[in-house]
Design a protein around this ligand. Sequence first.
Ligand code: F3S
Length: 396
Amino acid sequence: MYLTREEERMLAGERGPGVSKAMELLVALGEIFGAERLIPVESAHVSGVSYKNLGEAGLEWLEEQAGLGAKTVIRTTLNPAGMDMARWREMGVPEDFAEGQRRVIAAFEAMGVEPTCTCTPYLVGSVPRPGSQVAWAESSAICYANSVLGARTNRESGPTSLASAVTGLAPLYEYRLDENRVPGKVVEVEARLADPLDYSALGFVAGKILGSTVPYFRGLGKPSLESLKTLGAACATSGGIALWHGEGVTPEAEKMKPHLVGLEKVTVEDRDLEEAEEKLTCEVSDPVTCVGCPHCSLREVSEVARLVKGKGLRGRLWVFTSRGVHAQAEKEGYVRQIEEAGGRVYVDTCMVVAPLKEMGWREVALNSFKGAQYCANMGLRTRVASAKQLVKEALR
Ligand code: F3S
């Protein structure tokens, strides 16, 4: 791979051992994928934050990186952690887990990463420009950046996004190149798409059929931001989709039209979505109802607040969002309305990255196919329904 003089110096350690290690990783990655060179990236979003997934080995690795002295040189946001950093005790998170999680966040902060702890950095001010190159991890955020915003990122991991954060560079391959952004199949959507949950189901079905092929959706209607974020999250869960196009919806769809000639078509109907829902729906008696996968927008928090305002909840209702959205929701009175009804609005975490087993969870009800699939993988009984339906069920 071609390196500029400056990049060679970075690799050789002129900017310290942290940058040198990061360069080693990026160069190795580029060589594996046949990249010709490195390119500048404008922002990074780092995953691999929950102590549940990192464990002691991951934590030690992170502290070692922080000890090497490298600092972020571009805006760098952070994915959710395993707990609300302030209200973890109330969530039922064990003390030793909390200690490990605090050290993880401290290591990231020492490197200059913003502790945003959200999978929706694009809702808290990190919004890549169309066509810009970024290095984002977190499959749902990758899908959103590539598809909805028209930015360019590969499916970065925690270590590669961190390496880009401290160098400002990424190898040029895959979704960063025009030729790899063209669709491989057309998905004709004949199913009725009313609620964001329908888009989540559609993404889940599409991911199952397409694997990592770039889909070109027709018939998406006029999806809300909430539907777009949940569609991509589900696409990346059942399959490896990192980029999708939606006719009349996403910024690159129009210029993809010449590439559609001769492409195989698949049709998604109502019964496909119903079947997907049935697979992730068991009988549950006392589930924890979770809204916020991906993390809630202000509108989603306000909808939950409207449904529970002045009422009392029978079951546990947990809403997950970012600190930024929480601050706005607090100002609007939504947080108070939800918590007065007996619900909780947590930040920094979600039902997938929190240590649910240690917290005693057995059943969960969600409005997200991504969340449901991960919870089912962890051995929990799941129920999938729209947020409206789930909140109604959780009310007395
Ligand atoms: Fe976000 Fe957690 Fe879902 S990280 S996309 S809320 S699994």
